[in-house]
Design a protein around this ligand. Structure first.
Ligand code: NAD
Length: 395
């Protein structure tokens, strides 16, 4: 079939197998060009490994760190008539490249929140890997089924305390309008914490420790975004921010519970990037389009892969990691520079539908969005008839 992007609102419902593979290859090439990370862990588990920050982290672990990786993701396989999800094709391409480079690579395609998935990962680690020395927790999900109660919780993207009205860009129609979001109630806040907070990260770490598959001094990171004034009402100080605050609690709890193993748990603060998760958050596409414009002008633009490399080299495996007073690794340093934020804040009120392409880098945003699904990648023939079917021996 000839595969062209099918964009509906803030999602793209299909993906290009060759484009996704090329996108992964480009990220691997970037990582290889950085040179090896001598101190890096050799057995790495990446939970949420197939797209965005998790995929970039897996590429960093394998192609800068030389690690064996076990990845966990939740992706849709292709059929004769429908393409698979981007994360499916990405993981297949990663696995081929890692194995071709002589690196162990296995991927579990299942629900990371479930006990069964954790047990399966532990069995595979015991059989193939020995002990894990880095666990990357990079899940982004709108819902979670509690493994004990069987109850399913949904997260919400709402402000906390008061309603919030702001300029919002509809990335499909390119209309800019005022969007008012009513504040979340207590139950919605609690449910969002249940889905995107630290509980599942703790359950993973405890299960791995109980099964004795964590190396002494094992490191673990979970990802968050903090942002500044423009995004606080919808992110940092909103329902998702409440969930992310819970990661700080979980990091301390993990270190305490697994002190015997000297486990080091750090929340890692990453910059805003275009991913399937972030494009669903109101305000973020316009903020990111402005941020791209400013940071590209400053020469400080970064995507997931650059962030992952800096996280590994400047924080996780550095003798002098950039930590804040909450024991969090900071890789959002360039985005949150006062002068960078001041430029974004000055442009924010000026943006209109008419000057969108002049004041912001919406073009760059949109190209980045399409690349997530394998579209617009140099060297890929999008007129060619390709099969959506790609073999992948995921577990
Ligand atoms: P993403 O949507 O690209 O990736 C999410 C990953 O989670 C995918 O690999 C997906 O398969 C996996 N996943 C979702 N539900 C699952 C389930 N039930 N079982 C197994 N796997 C599942 O998202 P992302 O933006 O890369 O986000 C990853 C983390 O980084 C999140 O914690 C997010 O908050 C954080 N973060 C994102 C940004 C940003 O701007 N995108 C900035 C800072 C931090």
């Amino acid at each position: 079939m000839i595969i062209k992007p099918k964009v509906r609102g803030f999602i793209c419902t299909n993906a290009h197998p060759l484009g996704c593979a090329a996108h992964v290859q480009n990220q691997i090439a970037y990582m290889k060009a950085q040179g090896p990370l001598a101190a890096a862990g050799k057995n790495v588990l990446v939970i949420g490994c197939s797209t965005g920050y998790g995929l970039a982290s897996r590429i960093a672990a394998a192609f800068a760190g030389g690690a064996a990786t076990l990845g966990v993701c939740f992706e849709k396989p292709p059929s004769e008539r429908k393409t698979g999800s981007a994360g499916y094709y990405n993981s297949a391409a990663f696995q081929d490249a890692a194995r071709a480079a002589g690196l162990y690579s296995e991927t579990i395609n299942g629900d990371a929140f479930s006990d069964a998935c954790k047990a399966q990962a532990i069995d595979m680690i015991k059989a193939d890997m020995g002990k894990i020395d880095l666990v990357v927790y990079s899940l982004a999900s709108p819902r979670r089924t509690d493994p004990k109660s069987g109850e399913t919780f949904n997260s919400t993207l709402k402000p906390v305390g008061q309603s919030y009205t702001a300029k919002n860009l509809n990335t499909d129609t390119l209309k800019i309008s005022e969007l008012t979001l009513e504040p979340a109630n207590e139950e919605e806040i609690a449910n969002t914490v249940k889905v995107m907070g630290g509980e599942d990260w703790e359950l993973w770490m405890q299960a791995l420790a109980d099964a004795d598959v964590l190396a002494d001094g094992c490191k673990t990171v979970a990802y968050t975004y903090l942002g500044k004034q423009i995004t606080w009402p919808i992110y940092g100080r909103a329902t998702i921010g409440k969930a992310k605050e819970d990661l700080d609690r979980a990091a301390a709890a993990i270190e305490q519970a697994l002190a015997e193993k000297s486990v080091q748990a750090n929340v890692s603060v990453l910059k805003a990037v275009v991913t399937q998760a972030s494009s669903a958050i109101p305000i973020m596409p316009l903020y990111i389009s402005l941020m791209f414009k400013v940071m590209k002008q400053e020469g400080s633009h970064e995507d997931c892969i650059e962030q992952a490399y800096r996280l590994f080299s400047e924080c996780i495996y550095s003798d002098q990691p950039r930590l804040d007073d909450g024991n969090r690794f900071r890789v959002d340093d360039k985005e949150l520079k006062d002068e960078t934020q001041a430029k974004i804040e000055a442009l924010w009120p000026q943006v209109t539908e008419q000057n969108l392409n002049e004041l912001t880098d919406f073009k760059g945003y949109n190209e980045n969005f399409l690349r997530l699904f394998g579209f617009g990648i140099d060297g890929v023939d999008y007129e060619a008839d390709v099969s959506p079917l790609v073999e992948a021996d995921f577990k």
